[in-house]
Design a protein around this ligand. Structure first.
Ligand code: ASP
Length: 592
């Protein structure tokens, strides 16, 4: 028996035909001399009927259980009108089975193969091959596959060469922690799995390949968060001789093709917003704003500095800011208790409490309303354009804490009140003109805001000279943001040794350290490297958003869990003493 089509594709057009199908038993209903089986394959479900007219097949159907793998032959017939199921593609037809075969039996599955199944994440990952049978997972991986196909086709049509770069690479400082791979031949030496193909793609430009593209796996040993995985995939590209604006234009059309072919959305590249980093921070408190949310942060520091409300006045006096969000129509939505909860929620960013005011037809309402006389009230309402029914949420204090808090509140309130604008459901934005450096609380020093190979703005190059303040410099870097997520970041690169050396010095590398870490790159640049730039887009995140999912684990076939382990294969796991001996590695006993 061969297979003529997928079960999930059989519909009215097949009526009268004989079909041969194979797949899994989703469900069986047994009425003795009549058995219904829902057959499932990757395209969907199809109802099979087994009757006494074909006793051998009926006999087998009696033995079938959920998740058995079966093969059948039968006739496609129309269902009676009362039996039509509008929920599935094949819902107007069924197949009268004339012969059948059981190809494999199955134990009772540990959870039902259904999207709304109530099983723990851990159990689902342990039996990932069952979880992957769910229709939503099948859709998700299809979205992912389609993105890769369209992305590759576009790149090919635009003369990019798909070139692989090594997975066994060299450990480089800066950035995240590396995953290390011990060398057997050189005990005590290690490869590092690449955090990105960054340096290799620059070297390829140096070698004259002009346009490079790769769907590249990247590895970063970082603390895990909801949307991070130890290994993730980037749509990685690099070009020579193009300006930042030209690269962004190319990416706009790349994204346009992906949006059209994967979700059928017509993205107009002209409508993609462009904001400087400073503007994004000022207006939204974040470098990855969700532009679908129709309200922004208002800077009220001027109004607040002489305020009778001491908290506001003192915040400004101490060099901080006072900003507010005007949440439209939210005054009646939140009780005092709800607002207290919002206040607790932002404590994680360092905020100490949440000041708020409700706007009514009569004026301001709330515990701090008494501090504002008529003039202060009028000024506040004019500055914020707040209307009766609106809720004002304030942030007062250090600029970064206020920014993070109001960004979080903006996202949360928009979700709570369903204020996300659906008119343009896919809001892409370029965030440009980033600072070259940022202060890292983790490392307690200045680090490169993107990476150490990012070209400063032309007019800021002098900041890298000795005696100047490099932290004033801005970079020729650009992030692409979608609906509040960072989708990718890129930049024009440094292609000259003298600038690269200055940059490394500004990052605190001595000449010797720079040579040891990046000597091969510095050396290469002495042999005529072209101006170059590129970007890497996060495939996992893009697939997650386009598949309408909230966690990247839903778009990765075999992801790690939140503890960076893989419950099915139990990676990472111990290895044999002989393997360690071969590598010259001794494992220290863990302290009890
Ligand atoms: N390699 C960079 C990253 O992974 C992206 C780029 O600059 O192209 O963030």
């Amino acid at each position: 028996m061969k297979r003529t089509t997928y079960a999930g594709l059989v519909d009215e057009q097949y009526v009268g035909q004989t079909v041969q199908l194979a797949g899994w038993v989703q469900k069986r209903r047994n009425f003795g001399d009549l058995v219904f089986v829902d057959l499932r394959d990757r395209e969907g479900l199809l109802q099979l009927t087994f009757s006494a007219d074909y006793p051998e097949a009926l006999d087998l159907a009696q033995k079938m259980r959920n998740e058995y793998v079966i093969q059948i032959e039968g006739q496609v017939v129309a269902r009676q009108a009362s039996q039509v199921n509008d929920q599935i593609h094949s819902g107007k037809v069924e197949v009268v089975v004339t012969s059948a075969k059981i190809l494999a039996e199955s134990k009772t599955p540990v959870f039902d193969i259904a999207d709304d199944v109530n099983a723990s994440e851990e159990l689902k990952l342990e039996y990932r091959y069952l979880d992957l049978r769910r229709p939503q997972m099948q859709k998700n991986l299809r979205v992912r596959s389609k993105i890769m196909a369209v992305a590759t086709k576009f790149m090919d049509e635009h003369d990019f060469l798909n070139i692989e770069t090594p997975y066994l690479a060299k450990s480089t400082p800066e950035g995240a922690r590396d995953y290390l791979v011990p060398s057997r031949i050189y005990p005590g030496s290690f490869y590092a799995l690449p955090q990105s193909p960054q340096l290799f793609k620059q070297l390829l430009m140096g070698a004259g390949y002009d346009r490079y593209f790769q769907i590249a796996r990247c590895f970063r040993d970082e603390d895990l968060r909801g949307d991070r995985q130890p290994e993730f995939t980037q749509l990685d590209m690099e070009t020579s001789f193009l300006s930042a604006a030209e690269i962004q234009d190319l990416v706009n059309h790349w994204i346009q093709a992906i949006m059209k072919e994967v979700v059928g959305y017509d993205l107009d590249p002209e409508q993609i917003d462009r904001l400087t980093w400073q503007e994004a921070m000022d207006r939204f408190g974040t470098d990855k704003p969700d532009l679908r949310i129709p309200y922004e942060l208002k800077d009220l520091s001027g109004w607040a500095q002489d305020s009778a409300f001491g908290v506001f006045a003192k915040a400004v006096e101490a060099g901080g800011v006072v900003k507010a969000l005007v949440v439209p129509g939210a005054a009646d939505h939140y009780s005092r208790k709800d607002i207290d909860k919002l206040g607790q929620y932002i404590e994680r960013f360092g905020a100490k409490g949440l000041a708020w005011l409700k706007v009514t037809a009569e004026g301001l309402n709330g515990p701090i309303a008494k501090f504002f006389d008529d003039a202060a009230t009028a000024e506040l309402l004019a500055a914020t354009a707040a209307q009766p029914g609106d809720l004002l949420l304030f942030g007062a204090g250090r600029a970064d804490i206020v920014a993070a808090s109001l960004d979080a509140l903006r996202r949360q309130t928009a979700q709570d009140l369903d204020l996300i604008d659906q008119e343009r459901p896919w809001r892409f934005a370029w965030i440009v003109d980033w600072p070259l450096f940022e202060y890292s609380e983790d490392f307690d020093r200045w680090i490169a805001a993107h990476h150490p190979f990012t070209m400063p703005n032309e007019e800021d190059l002098h900041y890298l000279d000795e005696g100047e303040d490099p932290h004033q410099a801005h970079a020729q870097s650009y992030d692409l943001v979608l609906n509040g997520y960072e989708l990718g970041s890129g930049s024009i690169r440094i292609h000259r040794t003298d600038i690269q050396e200055k940059m490394l010095r500004a990052l605190g590398f001595s000449h010797e350290q720079a040579e040891a870490a990046f000597g091969f790159l510095l050396k290469g640049m002495e042999f005529g490297f072209p101006p170059m730039g590129g970007i890497a887009l996060g495939l996992d995140r893009l697939a997650m958003l386009l598949a309408g999912q909230e966690n990247i684990r839903e778009v990765i076939a075999f992801p790690k869990n939140s503890k960076a382990t893989e419950p099915m294969t139990e990676a990472p796991g111990p290895v044999a003493a002989s393997q360690l001996a071969e590598l010259g590695i001794q494992v220290q006993a863990e302290e009890q």
